[in-house]
Design a binder for this molecule. Structure first.
Ligand code: ADP
Ligand code: MG
Length: 261
């Protein structure tokens, strides 16, 4: 089981879109995937067609030790893709467990317990909120690696050093095994010269960490969540879906290397 946390403290950079579509693309090639929605907004849950009323057991229950991974994971319309949905309860979590022992290890403990009982998943992806709060720290403490979506815009690199520093701190204190999985550039608009410059700058600055695959800005990708479907189910042929399928094969290759190292 490989655990990948999708994080960036900026909102609107494509975390949730990447989480849903990467999870779907991995499932489509036969990987057993669990997506954990850690954002109180629940966009990943909605985007996978799980209505609020169907979120009886949620990531909040997992983090407060009220439910196990098996109890919280529900099937989605995508074969081989399960989801632990989120609810607004997550907003109170930080206060609730702020003085608890092992509060940063709630997710890691839950996943390890799950792995001991049964190995149901090949990949676990975590969709983080736009913040470096206890939820994101939990996701990093539980992860093998962190995948960072960066939007192809002028301020793309702003905030990246803070994020990388947080990864470093988690590695020093909570999870020495944590790798930077890579950076995926999102919402690329080929008609915009600035976007191409951003791609060059990010590659120059971050080198090999940046995935070859760049996700294009694509209206089909932004429409899909309102139908409760991953873009890959909504319109598999659109350029955005094709890019996420290409990203999935890069992720599988990179995970093999990281797991072997
Ligand atoms: P985050 O989870 O980082 O806040 P989202 O994945 O929710 O970001 O994306 C922010 C907005 O941008 C959403 O409305 C989403 O539909 C849209 N979006 C994301 N990726 C693309 C894309 N490749 N093409 C077009 N719209 C996109
Ligand atoms: Mg999101």
């Amino acid at each position: 089981m490989r655990v990948i946390t999708i994080a960036n403290q900026k909102g609107g950079v494509g975390k949730t879109t990447t989480a849903i579509n990467l999870a779907t693309a991995l499932a489509a090639v036969g990987k057993r995937v669990l997506l954990v929605d850690l954002d109180p907004q629940g966009n990943a849950s909605t985007g996978l067609g799980i209505e609020k009323d169907d979120r009886e057991v949620s990531s909040y229950d997992l983090l407060t030790e009220r439910a196990s991974v098996e109890e919280a994971a529900i099937p989605t319309a995508v074969p081989e893709l399960s989801l632990i949905p989120s609810t607004l309860d997550l907003l109170g979590l930080e206060m609730e467990i702020s003085s608890a022992d092992r509060r940063a290890y709630r997710l890691r403990d839950a996943l390890r317990e799950h792995e001991k009982r049964e190995a149901r998943f090949d990949f676990v992806l975590m969709d983080c909120p736009p913040s470096l709060n206890l939820l994101t720290i939990n996701a990093m403490a539980a992860a093998d690696s962190v995948l960072v979506p960066l939007q192809c815009e002028f301020f793309a690199l702003e905030g990246l050093s803070q994020l990388l520093q947080t990864v470093e701190e988690v590695r020093d204190s909570l999870n020495p095994e944590l790798d930077l999985h890579g950076i995926v550039l999102t919402m690329f608009d080929g008609r915009n010269n600035l976007a191409a410059q951003v791609v060059r700058d990010v590659r120059a600055y971050m080198g090999e960490s940046v995935y070859q695959t760049v996700i294009p800005r694509n209206v089909r990708v932004s429409e899909a969540p309102s139908f409760g479907k991953p873009a890959i189910l909504y319109d598999m042929k659109c350029p955005g879906s094709q890019a996420y399928i290409a990203l999935a094969s890069e992720v599988i290759q990179r995970e093999k290397r990281l797991a072997a190292a």
